[in-house]
Structures are given as C-alpha cells and as structure tokens.
Design a protein around this ligand. Sequence first.
Ligand SMILES: [Fe+2]
Length: 359
Amino acid sequence: MTDAVKQDIGAAEFFAEEEIRTFDFDSQQSTLLHKFAEELAAIGGPQAPGAKSKASLAADQLMLSFSKDQCELLGAYSDGFVSALIFEGLQKITHARPPIELPDLTSLENRYDVLCLAARNQILLKLVDNNAFAYDMDNEGKLVRLVANFRGGGLIKINAEPQIKELSSHSGLALGPHTEAPYWCAVNAKDGHSPSPSSLILSALWNPSLEPTRVIPLLPILERIGVTNCLALTTGNFQFSRSDSFVSGKGADGRNVSILEFDDKVGFAARFNSYRFSVNDNASAFVKTAYTALCQGVGEATPAEYTLTQESAMAINNVRALHCRDVIKDNRRVLVRIFGLSKFSSPVVISEDPLLLQG
Ligand SMILES: [Fe+2]
C-alpha cells in the first residue's frame, strides 16, 4: 500500500470518529439543567406558550457554566460540522420502574417525567442554536413525539395488534437508514414547503432492554462513492412516498427531488430514506448508477450504536447523518423526540410560539 493511500484511510477513520461527539455535563451543570427542565415542565413543556423564550434563557444561563472546550463542541455542532452530539452526565428524571404494559399515548404525553425529558431536550437543542418546532402536517402538529410501539409491529405482539403495520416511530418495525421527512428541501423553503428538520433530539423515558439507536454519518459514504456520483445525486431525479406519521389527508408523495444539495452555509445537505426513496425511471444511466452506489454505500456502512437512557440524549444532524434501528423487542421502550431548526434554516412559519412550520 502506498503512503498516500494509507494517509487517505487514516484521514477517513479520523473523520468518522469526529462525526459523532460526546458532550459531558459535570454534576453542577447537570443539576442546573435539571432545575431549568423542571421549571419548563411546570408550565407545560415545549408545547406551552412562552416555553421557547424560557428554554432560550435557560440555555444562556447554562452557557455561562461551560468551559472553552465545551463551548467549542457545541459550536461545532451548531455550525453543522458534526453528525451527532451525545449528551451524557444528565440527571435521572424518575426512579419509577416501567409498568408491565405500555400505557396509551395520551396518558404518557401528559406525564410530568415525559414533560421534563421533552423540556430538557428543548434546552439541549437551544445549546446548539436549534429551536424546537413542529410541522402542521406531522405528529398532529405537536412538538413532542413519543417513539414507542403504540401501533404494534414490535417483536412481541401488543393487545389488538393491527393487521397493517404502520412504518413510523409509533410502531416497533425495524426502520432502515433515513433522514426525517419532509423531503422537499433541506435548508431553504421551496414551493411553500419548509425544509426537513435540521436536527432531531432523542432521550429515553424507558429502555428496559437497552435497545440502541443507530447513526450513519454520510460524509465518509459520499467521499467513498466519489464526485461524479455525488453530483448526480444533486439532480432532481428522485421520488419518495408519503410518511405514515403525517396527519391523515395531509402530506403527499413527492417527485423530482434531489438527495444532495450544496449550501453556502452548511456545505452539503442530504435527504434520503432507504424505504421511501427511489430513482425516476427516466433518469440517466449516470443518475441510476449514483443511486445504486449510494444505496450500496449506506448498506455497507457500519452504524454507530448508542443506547439512550434517561441520563443521556442524542442530537442528530438530520442533513448530515442517517439513523435507523432494529425491530423493537421490548414494548415498554419509550423515547422522547423533538425536532430542531438550525440557525441556517429558513422555513415557512405558521406560528412563532410554539413554533409551527408549514410542511
Ligand atoms: Fe426516524
């Protein structure tokens, strides 16, 4: 092997490591975050009017307690240079054990511990300059999404297991590598559609069987498939099917979208879903080859695995990394998810507080 090739491999490994970073809270910072999360939960969590400014003030206060290295790490994610940022050293919210069966969605959504986790996620997002938001046509227009096997589809059947399994985070089916919808554009609004989420942040209320979340940074894959394929992926030759989490009657299939785009502020931005995207039949051979190379690269990538608990959270850069998971084995697993909008994104705003975007 030549030295140049060795150097390339070394560099690729280095970049892959740099893509997923960990931010450690010390106990004082963690106590402060917990206090702010409880205060935010007390007014009703991220959905409550006023939560946005309260989360912002909390983040400002926390920033004062961080070291230069900690601030640099937050800045790197905020600037779009990191695929995922894991927050560790967080306080446990509740010591209560999960019940034998998964409670229904509404009762879970109103629990104080869920509101605390959601509030904490909103503050963590704000630390990386992301505002929590919802789309009008997704998750019933609500900011907080609970990820659990409400509609069955997991390894073990639930009571009243539906015949048709929903391919969304409300079922336990395995989900192949994807970024979060909508898929019309990634950074700037287009034709009345807001861009896809800049970030999603996840934490776990219960994860009794310690089932991991998987992240696949895209940069090493794009470097591997090469420049011609990447250019072909910037053309509007792809289509996608409608997501199962959309409000009934809203959201649609999409045609003539690109997978990659160049953006002056973030460099590259991607949208992709291994089980919803396809290449147009009439696309050129170059484009079809590029799509095959991307799918193959994604298929061969080794995802980074992380097991979420109450004491951790993970922000995923949704234009730089894919995420996926295996079939969920334990029906009591509940994750609390919020979408974040970065300082670079320009959406179509329906209301400011709580922040609601046109999808
Ligand atoms: Fe997802």
